[in-house]
Design a protein around this ligand. Structure first.
Ligand code: ZN
Length: 297
């Protein structure tokens, strides 16, 4: 009888839904089958993941998880969702639960790092060793690959909360519960609707342009921070807010204002390229499969 090919399982746990997918270990870029279901309590959610993953030939599981999640393999709480406000999920041992149920190696990364990895392997970041996947929606998040490695220290980058300089026409106080007018407090989707008292798409044309330029002003500062601190050369800008018409071009123009001409940062490096995601909603699940494949070498 022919040997059954080894299978890997990718799991993307989001705040509202979970996606599970399988692939052959020797072809992690091709999804064989998948399921999606709502994220409920941890016991039920993890049981449904196990139900999908428990199959003959399974060799490894990779997880891209909502956070905060401990992604430091040397930490005693590695693989735990830690201090999340999501009911029931505080201190949930995701890796240990899946490993005990399935008996195969399990690795975990953050949801945004998973998306960054997926885009690097198969999407808008192919060939880039210094890239960031920035998502702007209900919050701001960034998955960062630097020198070919995912950045994940004792916690993970909290770059959503960097201080930003205010747009001269912006009087919005900011909505971050910790800092008020940090990047996330000024640039996340809810900040835009609170600033304008309306969804940006329902504004008159003049205010729509101003809303877009104010948003670009803040996101461009994140791009400049990434370029200056990490030499990030490719920024993949995704999430619901990123679909605002004209926003990509406005961010590119604002980055040019912040960084200046190609040699203005002193290194002679070109400005980072800012691109749209190529994998759409599949970046995270495909990154989770890449994490599983890494476990097998
Ligand atoms: Zn903040």
């Amino acid at each position: 009888m022919a040997q059954r090919p080894a299978l890997i399982i990718g799991v993307e746990t989001g705040g509202t839904k979970v996606v599970c997918a399988s692939a052959r270990a020797d072809d992690p870029g091709t999804i064989l089958d998948r399921v999606s279901f709502p994220t409920t309590g941890p016991a039920e959610t993890l049981a449904r993941i196990v139900e999908f993953a428990a199959r003959p030939g399974i060799a490894a599981v990779g997880v891209g998880s909502f956070g905060p999640v401990d992604v430091d393999p040397a930490s005693p709480s590695y693989g735990f969702v830690t201090s999340t406000p999501k009911p029931g999920w505080q201190n949930t041992d995701v890796i240990g639960t899946l490993h005990r149920a399935l008996g195969v190696p399990v690795a975990i990364t953050t949801d945004v790092n998973g998306a960054a990895l997926g885009e690097q392997r198969w999407g808008a970041g192919v060939g880039a060793t210094d890239l960031a996947y920035v998502t702007v929606g209900t919050g701001v998040g960034a998955g960062i690959i630097s020198g070919g490695r995912r950045l994940a220290g004792s916690g993970f980058p909290e770059i959503a909360h960097v201080p930003v300089s205010r747009h001269p026409d912006d009087t919005f106080p900011g909505r971050c519960p910790f800092h008020g007018d940090c990047l996330e407090g000024m640039a996340c989707g809810p900040a835009i609707s609170e600033r304008w008292g309306a969804d940006a798409s329902s504004l008159d044309p003049e205010r729509r342009v101003l809303a877009r330029d104010i948003e670009a002003h803040y996101l461009a500062q994140l791009v400049a921070v990434l370029a200056y601190t990490l030499g990030t050369s490719t920024v993949i800008l995704g999430g619901g807010v990123s679909k605002t018409p004209g926003l990509h071009a406005a961010v590119i123009a604002a980055v040019q204002r912040f960084i200046g001409p190609p040699d203005a940062n002193g290194s002679g490096r070109p400005q980072p390229v800012i691109v749209e995601p190529a994998l759409g909603d599949d970046a995270g699940i495909r990154g989770a499969l890449a994490v599983a494949a890494e476990l097998l070498g």
